[in-house]
Ligand binder design. Structure first.
Ligand code: FES
Ligand code: FES
Length: 166
């Protein structure tokens, strides 16, 4: 056990933990952040996706010691001041989910995708989202939600002349 400092959703936490513990367990069990979910535990489904330093990361296979001090964002960190992130709103507007289990990870991967490519083609969305599995086969609705979110974010940026979403 040793002290590990984590920056999650803008807050700093110092925890006395086994540094080799997967980040997913720390987020869920120690910090009470249930956005990232346990699906396979093997890095193969994407349910546990969080964003670390701008990249979508599988938290179930990420030793917590390797992300000490890095900016970590979970689903809980997307909404600002009670307002859903445009990606979350687009998910609702497109009714993207069915059972919902995979969708938190899908949203986080979509966030990382749109941050690096604000206007993806359908092919780029499919390529960017390919590792996030949905056993309910909601892929077309997810794709529609990402397109909608991209349009909303683009319009907001045009209206304000600056970046308006994190
Ligand atoms: S739970 Fe992490 S990739 Fe499946
Ligand atoms: S909505 Fe059920 S697994 Fe994706």
């Amino acid at each position: 056990m040793s002290d590990i400092t984590l920056k999650v959703n803008g807050r700093t936490h110092t925890l006395d933990i086994d540094p080799s513990t997967p980040l997913l367990y720390i987020l869920r069990n120690d910090l009470g952040l249930l956005g990232p979910r346990f699906g396979c535990g093997l890095g193969q489904c994407g349910a546990c996706t969080v964003i670390i330093k701008g990249a979508a990361v599988r938290s179930c296979i990420t030793p917590t010691s390797t992300v000490q001090g890095a900016e970590i964002t979970t689903l809980e960190g997307l909404a600002q001041d009670g307002t859903l992130h445009p990606i979350q709103q687009a998910w609702i507007d497109e009714q993207a989910l069915q059972c919902g289990f995979c969708q938190n990870g899908q949203i986080m991967n979509a966030k990382a995708l749109l941050d690096r490519n604000p206007d993806p083609t359908d092919a780029e969305i499919r390529e960017g989202m390919v590792g996030n599995l949905c056993r309910c086969m909601t892929y077309y609705r997810i794709q529609a939600a990402i397109k909608r979110a991209a349009n909303v974010i683009s319009a907001a940026r045009s209206a304000s002349g600056k970046e308006v979403v994190g």
